[in-house]
Design a binder for this molecule. Structure first.
Ligand code: PLP
Length: 426
């Protein structure tokens, strides 16, 4: 490989470097444990004095292939693969925060993340203030408190597809002396690299475009290794004070720029056990080999579909950052290589028109998923957000006629013909 391979090359080749006679494709290591010749060798692994696999809850060679590849794609120093996107975000929070701590997050994040931060962690004493991501730097900074330990946002939000102003958020985090972490699920590292714009950590739901075939759940936490925990030592005792469960070892002293990602594994994963299965890691790694081809096609198709819908007389509005009239078009041009495959739109005629249109689709399937090769749609008002009142739905940006469309990699003409035929029914 050349010295700094491009993302396309990393997606195909990185993570597995077979020696003479080894399998060309990284094997699936379905083994919970690993054999050593002496008790001393195993003891050194337990004491973190040597590196190596000993129990799959902590690390596994197949998961490691995936971790190396995703870390290289994002430009990080290391990664930790988890059982789902939810557990990747949970691991991020648990590695930085304890009861009494506080997080500042953008408001329009994925519903699961908003439940996790707003409700489940709140019950454990870690609270979150949600801010408008389009507010000014000073307004966002005003939400920071002395006990704030993390600034969090989504690069391209699900489902509202708002583009994050990375540099504004990075400035807030810098002023606050806290890490800035980004959920980069929708763009994937191929369309956006948050580390290039000031993020310190990235999480992904690998269940979306990274796997991309709707077959495997997974998540990942990646660290750039550049947040100076020692400079803010009092705020992060877990990283800068002796860890009694490892004979008084101090992560920042023992591991330097690898402190955060090492602790995520040896502490959070050791105790909470949300490891990815080797089978899912293998599938995701395999599917990542075509990430760049898929993301290009998803984005090209979505652009054509968005333009078609935008000019259709029966469509009231279309929300896709790739459209010139989108509020987020300038940020998309600045931070995204292309705008990925998800959009929302509303047909004229309200909720009943939206339901009729969805029922008339033939190629696009109604599923609770986004971001795989097959085009799919969802009506949040009657599914993911149905427990909310009409007023509450509107407050979270869910209009009654809103349809979320995830554009697949079928031929764009066929996707458009399907939408056109369904629109002629309303
Ligand atoms: C789906 C999703 C998640 C949660 O991921 P799971 O793998 O379903 O747990 C987190 N963030 C975003 C942006 C998502 O789209």
């Amino acid at each position: 490989m050349e010295k700094t391979p491009k993302l396309e090359t990393l997606a195909v080749q990185c993570g597995w470097d077979p020696s003479n006679g080894d399998p060309r494709v990284a094997p699936i290591n379905l083994s919970t444990t690993f054999k050593y010749n002496t008790a001393k060798e195993l003891a050194d692994l337990f004491d973190l004095k040597a590196a190596g696999h000993f129990y799959t809850r902590l690390s596994n060679p197949t998961a490691e292939v995936l971790e190396k590849k995703m870390s290289a794609l994002e430009g990080g120093v290391g990664a930790l693969a988890t059982s789902s996107g939810q557990s990747a975000t949970a691991a991020l929070v648990m590695n930085l925060c304890e009861a009494g701590d506080h997080i500042v997050s953008t408001g329009t994040i994925y519903g699961g993340s908003s439940n996790l931060l707003g409700h489940s962690f709140a019950k454990l004493g870690i609270t979150t203030t949600f801010v408008d991501q389009d507010a000014s730097e000073d307004e966002i900074f005003a939400a920071v408190r002395p006990n704030t330990k993390l600034l969090f946002g989504e690069s391209l939000s699900n489902p509202s597809v708002k583009v994050l102003d990375f540099e504004k958020f990075a400035r807030v985090a810098e002023r606050a002396g806290i890490p800035f972490a980004v959920d980069n699920t929708f763009p994937t590292p191929f369309l956006c690299r948050p580390f290039d714009y000031g993020a310190n950590m990235v999480v992904h739901s690998l269940s979306k475009y990274s796997d991309g075939h709707a077959c495997s759940l997974g998540g990942i936490l990646i660290d750039k290794g550049d947040f100076d925990f020692r400079r803010h030592a009092k705020k992060f005792p877990g990283l800068t004070q002796p860890d009694e469960t490892y004979h008084g070892m101090v992560y920042t002293e023992a591991f330097g720029k690898y402190a955060f990602i090492t602790k995520a594994r040896t502490h959070v994963m050791r105790d909470f056990g949300m490891m990815i299965s080797p089978m899912n890691a293998w599938l995701t790694n395999m599917n990542l080999e075509t990430l760049h081809l898929r993301m290009q096609r998803h984005s090209e198709n979505a652009q054509k579909v968005a333009e078609f819908l935008n000019s259709h007389p029966k469509i009231d509005w279309v929300n896709y950052p790739g459209l010139e009239n989108s509020k987020y078009n300038a940020l998309a041009k600045k931070y995204l290589r292309a705008c990925s495959g998800v959009m929302t739109f509303g047909p004229k005629g309200g909720r009943s028109a939206a339901e009729k249109m969805m029922d008339s689709l033939k190629l696009a399937a109604i599923v609770t998923h986004v971001a795989d090769v097959r085009t799919c749609v969802l009506h949040p008002a009657s599914t993911t957000h149905r427990q909310l009142s009409d007023a509450e739905q509107l407050a979270t940006g869910i209009r009654p006629e809103l349809i979320r469309l995830s554009v697949g990699i079928e031929h764009a003409d066929d996707i458009i013909a399907d939408l056109d035929a369904a629109l002629s029914e309303i």
